[in-house]
Design a protein around this ligand. Sequence first.
Ligand code: ASP
Length: 503
Amino acid sequence: MKLHTQVLLAMGLGAVIGVGLQVLVPADSYTGVRVVERGGQVVVDGLAGPAQKSKLRIGDVLVAVSTDRTDPAASTPVGDAAAFNQAVQRADNGTVLWLRTGRDTDAAVNVELHPTSLRARIIDPFDFVGDLFLALLKMLIVPLVLTSIIVGVAGLRSGDELRRLSLKTFAYYTASSLVAIVVGQLLVNLISPGDGATLGLPPLQADEVAPDASFIGVIKRMIPTNIFSSLGDNGAMLQIIFFALLFGFFITKTKAPHGPRMADFFESALEVMMNLAQWVLTLIPYGVFCLLVKVVGTTGVGIFLPLALFMLTVVLALVVHAAIALPAALFVFTKTSPLAWAKAMGPALLTAFSTSSSSMTLPVTLETVQERGGVSKKVSSFTLPLGATINMDGTALYECIGVIFLAQYYASAGAFDFSFDKQVLVVGMALLASVGAAGIPSAGLVMMLTILSALKLPLEGAALLLAVDRPLDMLRTTVNVWSDSCAAAVIAHSEGETLTPAG
Ligand code: ASP
């Protein structure tokens, strides 16, 4: 069976089992907050499980409890310990409870399944396998980003003609990815799929202060004082990318044999990493299955509404970019009919859709752009392989929407300050992430982990998105390849070539 079908089946099966667990196996709600009555007040006496990550302290007095932070009228006063425990039992698993304390601060705690309840124990092994899968994905991040960015930049050759072609291609790729990201950003802010969503993600750690996202702060953090310690930290992505960009650039500046030798070395390292990643990704059906059983089994089907809204946002942005922005660029720069060009590119687009991989599609893209589009070998064999690794418009907008979706979720719970600075940081990181994403299935999701860790948002969010990643991956890969083919046309035309789209 094709991997695609397996993943889609795993999604369905996992959801069905999750719903079965919800319906058939009852379970207690649990926040880990133990309270006692002391002097007519309800006082926190013990903190376990989810509560350990909250801002609550032993000895805090509980005044009121609410499921909606923004609406103080919705809060229930906590008169005695029984009232508090009832409020917890009434709350759905996966929601966040807001506790007003005597200290004049609100503390958020997650409502979870009681860890000793039968349902929680059934879900445990699924949770374990899901975590293993997530750990394997995290393992890929640093080596994939490092090698893929170095190889991408080192591919920009020097030498007069190639330098001109390189600069043009690079500028065009950057511009088209930026446009894609902005389309995504506008739509996700407009639709706000994450606002007030019930996702059942862990609350932010009280001591995890989001990093300084101001321009100066980012610049300061970007330069690694020791690249080897940055390589040891999944959260140091900006530093790794910064170093990789410089290193790749200086490979092009270093004379033979050293420059080319290094380029070869990293190209081989990237090949090996891609094979390793592909192996990890064949495990996706199992990962997705376990994640869905866990998520649906604990939180219920309520989770699908925000996820559906998120998917809709991504699809809408992909359509706007692929059907409006890219055709407009194609027409303005080359005067070629976008419809004729799309028809001619059919084989490459269909291969992209069914493989979810720009790299696997590359041979077909080359053939299609040359034979059915009339682009010369010189231009296509330079722009397309480079494009398959660094020009990913669909991925870029997906990164942006995914991260902002999760940030909205945390921000609407008041746990995360999603300032304008951070939006700008997301745009920049999404651009770099799309450059760093390898052209293989789900690579975009792996890269999203890097942005989430840069913003200090929990990586569990990406696990949730993984559950519905495959259909989106098919679509965004198609957009990635469509953008590569349009770029080849624009660059070829600017080099004086005549396009001959033949459908
Ligand atoms: N699958 C995409 C590609 O190969 C990358 C991604 O996951 O976004 O183009």
